[in-house]
Design a protein around this ligand. Structure first.
Ligand SMILES: Nc1ncnc2c1ncn2[C@@H]1O[C@H](COP(=O)(O)OP(=O)(O)OP(=O)(O)O)[C@@H](O)[C@H]1O
Ligand SMILES: [Mg+2]
Length: 474
C-alpha cells in the first residue's frame, strides 16, 4: 500500500483529505506544520507528500526544500491558494512534482496524485539490465538474445549523454521499460523523469499540458500554469506514442529540441528549459511521413539515435527466460509459492507467435497463475488461457454476434413499454458475474479480480441479483 503524507495546518482539510485518501486505498499520515511533517517523514518514508505552501512556522517553500534535500526522488504536490501561486511555481521549478490550486476538485487532485505516485515509482524503482532485479526490488529487462544484447549496448552508449533517443518497436516490446533504464543509468537519474503519453491526453489539451499557458490565454485560463516540460526542467521527458502526436504540436517539439526553450500559450516570454528527451512509438513513422502526418524535420531530428526493440517472435531464445521471470514475479505478487512449469508447457509458449509481445506473455502467465491456484503449469493451462483469448478476440465485436443480437431483439419486443434497458443490463450483469464465479471455481476474491471489481462491490451485486452457484462459493 502506498503511503501519503499530508502537511497542512487546516485541521478540517487534513481530516477530510485523510478520510478520502484512505477510502481510495492509500495509507495516510498527516502533520499540521512543516517541522512535524519533516519529523514524520524521517520516521515513515512516504511515497508522496502533499504540502500546503502557506504554513505557520517553517513555510511551505522551506519545508519543500528540506524534503527535497532528504529525498530528491520523493514526489511532492504543492497546494496553493490564488495569492501564492508564484511560490508554488518556484517550488515546482526546484523539483516539486506539480501544484494544485485551492479549492480543488477531488477528481483533479486524485488524478495528480496518481500521476505523482507513478512518477515516483518510475524514478525510484531501478531497472536492471540482462539479469535479475537488484535485491528483488524494481524490475529487469530480461533477454540474452543477440538482438537484446544490441539493445543493452545501445542503452549503455546513450545513457550517459544528453542525446535525444527514439525508441521504436511493436506494441508490448518494452519501449517504456527501456526508456526508464536509460533514465536510471543517465547523469540525470536524480532529477525528474516524466512520462507524457501523447495519446492519453485529449488533443485539445495536449499543447497546454506540454507547454503551459498564461492567464487569459484562452477561455478558462484564469491563472498562469506551468507546462509539463517546464516542470521536468533539468530532468528527462519520455514523449510516449510520439507517432500519434498532432501535426501542429510536432513543430513546437522540434523547436524545443533545437532551441531548448518553450513559450507558454498566450505568452511572449521565451523560457529556457534543459530537458533530455526520449521519444517512443510503435507507429510506422515512414508511412506517417509519406502521408504528411509526421513532420519530416522532426523525423530526421529524432531518428539520429534510434533503438529498435525486436518483436518477441524474433528472439525465441528469450521466451523461456521471460516465462520463468514472470512466473517468479507474479507468484510473489499473488502470494503463492512458485508452482513451476512443465517442459511441454514451455514448448507451447516458445512456439506461440506472441503478436502482443512481452506484454501478452506477461498477461498470459499472470492469468494462468491465477486460475491454476498454485498447481504446476501444464500445456493444457496455457492452451486454455490462450484459447480463451482467441475466443474473446473472435467475439470482440458484440454487435456482430448473432446470438447477442437475437437475445436483445427478443427482449426489446417483449418489454415494449417497460424499462427494458435496465432489465437487459441486469441480465448481462448476472451472466457476467456467474461466468466469472464459475471460472474462479466460486472464489469471490479471484472473481472480483477477473471482473475488475472490488470484493465488496462484487458481493453486493451477488446479493442484489440473488446469484447462487452449483459449486460451493467461498
Ligand atoms: N525484456 C523485458 N523483460 C522484462 N519485462 C519486459 C520486457 N519487455 C517488456 N516487459 C514488460 O512488458 C510490459 C510491456 O512493456 P512496455 O510497456 O515497456 O511496452 P511498450 O513497448 O511501451 O508497449 P506499447 O507500445 O504498447 O506502449 C511491461 O510490463 C514491461 O515491464
Ligand atoms: Mg509504451
Amino acid at each position: 500500500m502506498e503511503t501519503i503524507l499530508i502537511i497542512d495546518d487546516d485541521d478540517q482539510l487534513r481530516q477530510s483529505f485523510e478520510k478520502l485518501l484512505k477510502e481510495e486505498g492509500y495509507a495516510v499520515t498527516s502533520a499540521a506544520s512543516g517541522e512535524t511533517g519533516l519529523d514524520v517523514l524521517k520516521k515513515v518514508m512516504p511515497d508522496l507528500v502533499i504540502l500546503d505552501i502557506r504554513l505557520p512556522g517553517m513555510n511551505g517553500l522551506e519545508t519543500f526544500k528540506t524534503i527535497h534535500q532528504i529525498e530528491p526522488k520523493l514526489p511532492t504536490i504543492i497546494m496553493t491558494a490564488f495569492g501564492t501561486t508564484e511560490t508554488a511555481i518556484e517550488a515546482t521549478k526546484l523539483g516539486a512534482f506539480d501544484y494544485i490550486l485551492k479549492p480543488f476538485e477531488i477528481p483533479d487532485m486524485l488524478s495528480v496524485i496518481k500521476q505523482a505516485l507513478e512518477a515516483g515509482r518510475f524514478m525510484r524503482s531501478p531497472v536492471a539490465m540482462n539479469g535479475v532485479p537488484e535485491k528483488g526490488l524494481g524490475e529487469a529487462i530480461i533477454g540474452h538474445s543477440k538482438s537484446m544484447q544490441h539493445v543493452y549496448k545501445a542503452i549503455g552508449r546513450v545513457a550517459g549523454s544528453d542525446a535525444t533517443v527514439l525508441i521504436r518497436g511493436e506494441s508490448g516490446t518494452g519501449k517504456e521499460l527501456v526508456a526508464r533504464a536509460i533514465y536510471q543509468h543517465s547523469l540525470r537519474s536524480k532529477k525528474p523523469f516524466l512520462v507524457i503519453n501523447c495519446v492519453a491526453i485529449p488533443e485539445n489539451l495536449l499543447e497546454s499540458e506540454l507547454f503551459g499557458y498564461e492567464k487569459g490565454a484562452f477561455t478558462g485560463a484564469a491563472h498562469r500554469r506551468m507546462g509539463k516540460i517546464e516542470q521536468a526542467n533539468n530532468g528527462t521527458v519520455l514523449l510516449d506514442e510520439i507517432g500519434d502526436m498532432p501535426f501542429s504540436i510536432q513543430a513546437k517539439i522540434l523547436r524545443l529540441l533545437q532551441e531548448k526553450s518553450v513559450e507558454r500559450l498566450g505568452g511572449r516570454e521565451i523560457i529556457p528549459v534543459d530537458v533530455r528527451m526520449i521519444a517512443a512509438t510503435n507507429r510506422d513513422l515512414e508511412k506517417a511521413l509519406h502521408e504528411s502526418r509526421f513532420r519530416e524535420d522532426l523525423y530526421y531530428r529524432l531518428k539520429v539515435v534510434t533503438i529498435w526493440l525486436p518483436p518477441l517472435r524474433e528472439r525465441e531464445k528469450d521466451i523461456p527466460l521471460l516465462t520463468e521471470y514472470f512466473i517468479s514475479k507474479f507468484s510473489k505478487g499473488i502470494g503463492i509459492e512458485n508452482p513451476g512449469i512443465s517442459d511441454e508447457a514451455k514448448k507451447m509458449i516458445s512456439e506461440y507467435p506472441w503478436p502482443g509481445n512481452v506484454r501478452e506473455l506477461a498477461n498470459t502467465i499472470q492469468k494462468t497463475l491465477i486460475f491454476n491456484r498454485g498447481a504446476p503449469i501444464g500445456p493444457d493451462d496455457i492452451a486454455q488461457t490462450l484459447g480463451e483469448k482467441r475466443i474473446n478476440d473472435e467475439t470482440a465485436s458484440v454487435e456482430d454476434n448473432q446470438i447477442f443480437k437475437q437475445f436483445i431483439q427478443k427482449r426489446l419486443a417483449s418489454y415494449a413499454d417497460g424499462n427494458v434497458f435496465e432489465i437487459c443490463m441486469d441480465d448481462f450483469a448476472k451472466m457476467i458475474i456467474r461466468e466469472a464465479l464459475n471460472m474462479s471455481h466460486g472464489n469471490r476474491s479471484r472473481a472480483a479480480k477477473i471482473l475488475g471489481l472490488s470484493r465488496p462491490t462484487l458481493h453486493s451485486k451477488i446479493e442484489k441479483y440473488g446469484i447462487t452457484l452449483s459449486t460451493s462459493v467461498k
